[in-house]
Design a protein around this ligand. Structure first.
Ligand SMILES: Nc1ncnc2c1ncn2[C@@H]1O[C@H](COP(=O)(O)OP(=O)(O)O)[C@@H](O)[C@H]1O
Ligand SMILES: [Mg+2]
Length: 423
């Protein structure tokens, strides 16, 4: 899954104008981390499991009475954490098209498409999704579905039927839909219609579906869709920004060898601290900061990376994301929720907890769709996750309630409630 390349010492001797171009190669590197291995495993299982029910030699499949064995799952994560890059790397481990001509010495002609990755259209429309599906199939198989079904003569409902038929005919292994948060921009009812369609693909056609998006997609994924696919999938995954731990260090170490400055330096603890502080563990920002620092070091004539230079580059170039990074740095939830594409505190998809998941100790507000209202009116429900910090007043009260004291007295004893005597 990894993607490294060799940096030859001679490259560092080149003129600065050439070296600044070479820095662009950094964006090609792919360093697998624990979360990528987990994702790879799930994708592999979902693809293989999905094919069990769709055996083209099976009578049930031919007569359309087969039982779906497909699962679906959702990958949500902070913007810039490499969801798109990771899924592309993982899917590329499979052949995209397999041309069958014989099976066990019998004539057998079929095009099998193992995966398709499409993006949810920017306005979250169902039509846009169908069109990109036709386009993608045409791209890999050389067919003309786009001009046949996407020319405006068909209604959206008919396009959806065409899409599910095509998916069945090409024995599609998995349909990956990226940027699913765009659904929240769709016209009223559009998101629900699309999600219902995904459920049909999984449950009726037997096609595994993987939805990928930022935490903004939470709003549309809860409720009905969650009910429908419960128990069918591989659990849901969350790509959180990296903690300052082994994974972060592994990542930084992996890209550290790629220095085109004349005087490359070893990775010190101080540099690790600075990089973490300035990027807050968001992979995209780590890579950009590293590349920009090198560019500045080369063009400015310093020819080496220093902690101060990293800070300076971050100040100059990351101005747009600075308020967001500041919010993450201070851990101020009120500030963080202003950035729905990075704030993951409100994600609750009933997922299997992967080991790298960060647990929050905060009270999260979870929106649930009311089942009684016929217009999908939503109400808010407060869910309290178990706090563990010693100085959390909920813990303090819980531990001492046995002493026959009221919460007020307990907090007062601890000096957390002050009277006005001293004023
Ligand atoms: N595992 C990785 N190794 C190296 N670079 C990565 C990795 N993951 C992400 N990146 C970098 O982060 C950038 C943003 O990744 P992207 O997949 O677009 O994020 P997302 O889809 O989560 O918003 C990529 O261009 C790539 O340079
Ligand atoms: Mg992406």
């Amino acid at each position: 899954m990894y993607l490294y390349f060799t940096l030859y010492k001679e490259e560092r001797k080149l003129d600065s104008q050439y070296r600044v171009h070479l820095i662009g190669r950094l964006y090609d590197v792919f360093q697998p981390l624990a979360l990528h291995l987990d994702l790879e495993g799930r994708v592999g299982r979902v693809i293989r499991q999905g094919y069990i029910g769709r055996n083209t030699f099976d009578k049930a499949f031919v007569s359309n009475t087969y039982r779906s064995t497909a699962g679906s799952f959702t990958l949500l994560g902070v913007s810039g954490m490499g969801k798109t890059t990771a899924i592309k790397r993982i899917l590329n481990m499979y052949p995209q098209v397999i041309v069958h001509s014989k099976y066990k010495n019998k004539e057998f002609s079929r095009y099998q498409v193992v995966f398709l990755r499409i993006e949810c259209s920017y306005d979250g429309s169902v039509k846009g999704l169908c069109l990109s599906f036709f386009n993608k199939v045409d791209e890999v198989l050389g067919t003309d579905y786009y001009s046949r079904f996407g020319n405006g003569r068909l209604s959206v409902d008919n396009m959806l039927v065409a899409m599910s038929n095509i998916a069945k005919n090409i024995s599609l292994g998995i349909l990956v839909i990226d940027e699913i948060q765009n659904l929240s921009k769709s016209k009223s009812g559009g998101a629900e219609r699309m999600l219902n369609f995904f459920v049909t693909l999984v449950n009726t056609i037997g096609l595994p579906v993987l939805l990928i998006g930022t935490p903004e997609a939470m709003g549309v994924l809860q409720g009905k869709f969650r009910q429908a696919r419960r128990g069918s999938g591989q659990g849901d995954m969350i790509f959180e920004r990296l903690n300052y731990d082994m994974n972060f260090k592994l990542f930084l170490n992996a890209i550290w060898g790629y220095q085109w400055t004349r005087r490359p330096i070893v990775l010190t603890e101080e540099l690790k601290d600075v990089f973490y502080d300035q990027s807050q563990g968001i992979i995209d920002i780590i890579v950009k900061l590293y590349a920009l620092t090198q560019t500045k070091a080369i063009l400015g004539g310093k020819e080496t990376i220093t902690p101060d230079l990293v800070r300076q580059v971050a100040d100059e170039n990351l101005r747009l994301v600075k308020p967001m990074l500041d919010a993450l740095r201070t851990g101020n939830i009120l500030e963080m929720i202003k950035y729905p594409d990075v704030y993951t505190g409100n994600i609750n998809l009933n997922h299997e907890s992967p080991s790298f998941q960060r647990h929050t100790n905060t009270t999260v507000i979870k929106k649930t769709n009311s089942t009684s209202g016929n217009k999908g009116v939503s109400r808010s429900k407060v869910r309290i996750t178990a706090p563990t910090m010693d100085d959390d007043i909920r813990i303090i009260i819980k531990n001492r309630l046995r002493d026959d004291k009221t919460a007020y007295e307990i907090l007062k004893d601890r000096g957390l409630i002050k009277g006005c005597e001293g004023l």
